[in-house]
Design a protein around this ligand. Structure first.
Ligand code: MG
Length: 158
């Protein structure tokens, strides 16, 4: 009898159970993340659920006591600086190469920024998705396509 056979079970144990996205094999996710030409695969997770998870994470560690708006804003900016750090001193060509091999690390820093955005929005009772929609609308008005297309000029100088 094959020695591995005795361990074979008839019950199929799912590899991943955490979420729908977690069922995608890790290799495929990494391949997608490293492919510079593939569009980003957005998980489309519910922002409310993600915020709840962040708050649960914080509460389990009793960290709310440290989270005043000033220090949370500071943390947000520090994480944004960690995103910038990836590109510091690199030429355009170096950056292109770097992005391909470091997409996961860059993504982690972007996720850190989003973490603080969601946490701060929660604490200040701001509906950040609603605000984003309003800001997009505002920017559409500030930068009409016919005036702004192909230009990097600030709206008040268009
Ligand atoms: Mg970080």
């Amino acid at each position: 009898m094959c020695p591995t056979r005795k361990f074979k079970t008839t019950t199929r144990v799912p590899q991943f159970q955490e979420s729908k996205d977690a069922r995608i094999p890790l290799q495929r996710l990494i391949r997608g993340a490293l492919n510079p030409t593939s569009p980003p695969r957005l998980a489309m997770k519910n922002i409310t659920e993600l915020t709840k998870r962040i708050i649960t994470f914080r509460d389990a560690r009793d960290w709310k006591q440290f989270h005043n708006p000033k220090d949370v804003a500071l943390s947000l900016v520090l994480e944004a600086a960690e995103v910038m750090e990836h590109f510091q001193w690199k030429s355009k060509k170096e950056m292109e190469k770097y992005i391909i091999t470091n997409k996961i690390d860059i993504g982690e820093e972007l996720a850190d920024v989003l973490y603080w955005v969601l946490l701060m929005s929660h604490d200040l009772r701001i509906d950040v998705l609603d605000m984003l929609e309003k800001k997009i609308k505002k920017n559409e008005e500030k930068y009409p396509v016919e005036k702004a297309k192909g230009k990097h000029t600030k709206y008040n100088k268009l």
